[in-house]
Design a protein around this ligand. Structure first.
Ligand SMILES: Cc1cc2nc3c(=O)[nH]c(=O)nc-3n(C[C@H](O)[C@H](O)[C@H](O)COP(=O)(O)OP(=O)(O)OC[C@H]3O[C@@H](n4cnc5c(N)ncnc54)[C@H](O)[C@@H]3O)c2cc1C
Length: 421
């Protein structure tokens, strides 16, 4: 088949690579001038920066397989064991790290020594973890309610739930379903000793997307699609420039609102729930300073809207504000000044450092979540030659790179199964 993939994010790229390996001819059509979608990079004043810091965990098996298939293992770093540094404003450093004990006990030795929680707080968290492991299904609709029922307090939220789960879920806990949050908790922390090992790209993200795109037969950037229509011998794509091109099959790998626009009447294709999704923002402040390495790869900052600080290279920090809310509307100069003062508060060795350059990347639509309790959209449609992909679709994973890759593979297989005409 000659298959079109609309959208060059990770979902579209993984659909394309899967279809290519299944023996089809694949053309990728992307509206933007960049590859990678949300997981991309671009130049600001001559320096290439990521659209925002992206991390994955070792439990993201399909993403890791995709990395292997596209030959970018050497371009990513994965921790040898799970280890996370958590800082507070007084300069106290806490570590959570995996020990060789079997899960979930592997975190226990570092948890006992973790300085940001009282003994009572630790007992409360252990009780919640036991509930997460033993309960088949949380009866609550939202993660916030679940935290309330399991007795979590401002102290346990501040020192454990907020730093790890706001970035992982990228939404306030009253907007996240308890089932999704507990899936993340169990998958990362209670299933296997290696599951929570952090990984990230060592090269700008668009370079990874370019390697994946190079596997396909054709890539057209700045080539937006405005409509998808069934045609006699396949599926017709209406291009923004006015042309119509017909393919044997199409994978639409765009955000939910665009899928709705492209299909016109999604219900006609059995594509449901698109209007239940809401977008959640992330912003990153990029800071270049003159003091060399801060002495860590990444660290969480307690009680700060700037939740994680990543050292991209000595002298270059990327600070991410997940579920960014109010910070999104702050003027750029104020954000840069605020982030720099937060960094110097949390990292005492940078107090004398000078800021030499700064930049902000804002993503109002960083992740998509349906209302708690609302089902997610399936990749398969009622048209055998049209499938939908995207990190927001029904993969079982929250809106992440892992989910994007899974959705792409599922969509590719859905059109592959279509009967020949
Ligand atoms: C700042 C930030 C930080 C993040 N951090 C993490 C993280 O740490 N870990 C993690 O796992 N995930 C993270 N994510 C989420 C992750 O980036 C996404 O889940 C994933 O990249 C989504 O891939 P996708 O292909 O489903 O969608 P997208 O990347 O949104 O791709 C959709 C593509 O479709 C294109 N498109 C749209 N309309 C059209 C059209 N009409 N015609 C043609 N093309 C079109 C778009 O331009 C885009 O390239 C983060 C996201 C952001 C923004």
């Amino acid at each position: 088949m000659r298959v079109a993939v609309v959208g060059a994010g990770l979902a579209g790229l993984s659909a394309g690579v899967e279809l290519k390996e299944l023996g089809h001819q694949v053309e990728l059509l992307e509206r933007s001038r960049l590859l990678g979608g949300r997981a991309t990079s671009f130049e600001i004043d001559g320096i290439e920066v990521d659209n925002g810091q992206h991390v994955f965990l070792f439990c993201c098996k399909e993403l890791l397989r995709f990395i292997e298939r596209c030959d970018f293992e050497r371009d990513v770093y994965v921790q040898k064991r799970f280890e996370a540094l958590v800082l507070d404003r007084n300069g106290t450093r806490g570590w959570l790290r995996a020990s060789p004990l079997p899960p979930p006990l592997h975190l226990f030795p570092s948890f006992v020594r973790y300085p940001h929680l009282s003994a009572d707080g630790k007992v409360k968290i252990v009780n919640a973890l036991v509930a997460a492991i033993t309960e088949k299904r949380a009866p609550e609709a939202t993660f916030d309610r679940w935290l309330q029922r399991t007795g979590q307090t401002p102290e346990t939220r501040r020192a454990f739930w907020d730093p790890f789960f706001i970035p992982a879920l990228n939404a306030p806990f009253d907007r996240v379903s308890a089932a999704d949050a507990l899936f993340t908790l169990k998958t990362a922390f209670t299933g296997s000793v290696t599951a929570a090992r952090f990984g990230y790209a060592k090269v700008p993200l668009a370079h990874l997307a370019a390697k994946a795109a190079a596997k396909l037969d054709a890539v057209q950037l700045q080539s937006g699609i405005v409509g998808v229509d069934p045609a006699k011998n396949g599926v017709a794509l209406r291009q923004a420039q006015g042309d119509t091109v017909t393919f044997d099959a199409v994978v639409i790998a765009t955000p939910p609102r665009t899928v709705a626009k492209l299909l016109g009447n999604p219900a006609q294709y059995g594509v449901e729930h698109l209007d239940t999704y809401a977008a959640y923002p992330i912003l990153d402040v990029h800071l270049w300073h003159d003091a060399g390495s801060a002495g860590f790869d990444f660290a969480a900052a307690l009680d700060s809207p700037l939740q994680w600080i990543f050292e991209k290279s000595p002298g270059y920090l990327s600070c991410s504000f997940s579920a960014a809310g109010e910070s999104m509307t702050m003027p750029t100069a104020d954000l840069e000044a605020f982030a720099w003062s937060e960094v110097r508060a949390f990292v005492p060795q940078l107090r004398e450092a000078k800021l030499v350059r700064s930049a902000v990347t804002r993503n109002p639509e960083a992740t998509w979540l349906p209302q708690p309790g609302s089902p997610r959209t399936r990749t398969q449609t009622t048209h055998p030659r049209i499938a939908v992909a995207g990190s927001w679709t029904d993969t079982g994973w929250p809106d992440t790179m892992e989910s994007a890759v899974r959705s792409g593979i599922a969509a590719a297989r859905a059109v592959e199964r279509a009967p020949c005409t």
